[in-house]
Design a protein around this ligand. Structure first.
Ligand code: 5GP
Length: 198
């Protein structure tokens, strides 16, 4: 389907533990027109997560059924679980709102193939030492999961060049300001300049 070109879709990807969730929330607080895309996943909810808010938590069978019925714009297997973005949600939301996606590089590649979508792709990166301490501090994963997430860092960052913008997340406020700039540049309508020149 053709989408309203005035609304934008912003993808925020990063190795696990870089601070995406906090940034996503800050963006939504500042830009009221942004809706966060709530993905479907087969992962078990963490203690602080709410079904329908953080994710739609579904069984593997249900997820497979959604794949078979062609309901996803994109989906990926990450750390033994499946994650995906429903077409219906995106197609309906973009009519009135901008959308923010917290998805990985595999999903970003798949979404990029839909040329009708007005997508801005941002990759957040941090250094490995900082990442390890964040993953441990976060205390939401078992030691095994921390190890898995940390080890996926090298594979993950290989895909940075599929993105429009790369931000180094040394300081969250600074990083947020850069995202604000990106959003504001991309929300300016090209014909605004055209009218001014005339
Ligand atoms: P977590 O289990 O920590 O919530 O998320 C693990 C990874 O899955 C993160 O890198 C996140 O960006 C990614 N992810 C979350 N939802 C989706 C989705 O719908 N599609 C894809 N491709 N990745 C997702």
């Amino acid at each position: 389907m053709k989408h309203d070109k005035e609304n934008i879709m912003v993808i925020l990807s990063s190795p696990s533990g870089v601070g995406k969730t906090t940034l996503t929330k800050k963006i939504q607080q500042k830009y009221k027109n942004f809706k966060i895309s709530v993905s479907h996943t087969t992962r078990t909810p963490r203690s602080n997560e709410v079904d329908g808010v953080d994710y739609h938590f579904v069984s593997k069978d249900k997820f497979k059924e959604l794949i078979d019925d062609g309901k996803f714009y994109e989906y990926a297997k990450i750390f033994e679980n499946y994650y995906g973005t429903l077409k219906k949600y995106v197609d309906e939301t973009i009519k009135e709102n901008d959308i923010l996606f917290d998805i990985d590089w595999q999903g970003t590649k798949q979404l990029s193939k839909f040329k009708n979508l007005n997508i801005i792709k941002i990759y957040l990166i941090t250094d490995k030492v900082e990442l390890k301490s964040r993953l441990i501090k976060r205390n939401q994963n078992t030691n095994d999961e921390v190890k898995k997430r940390f080890n996926s860092f090298d594979e993950d960052i290989k895909h940075w060049n599929d993105y429009d913008y790369i931000i180094i997340n040394k300081n969250l406020e600074n990083c947020f300001r850069q995202i604000e700039n990106i959003i504001e540049i991309n929300k300016i309508k090209p014909n605004f300049f055209f009218q001014k020149i005339q």
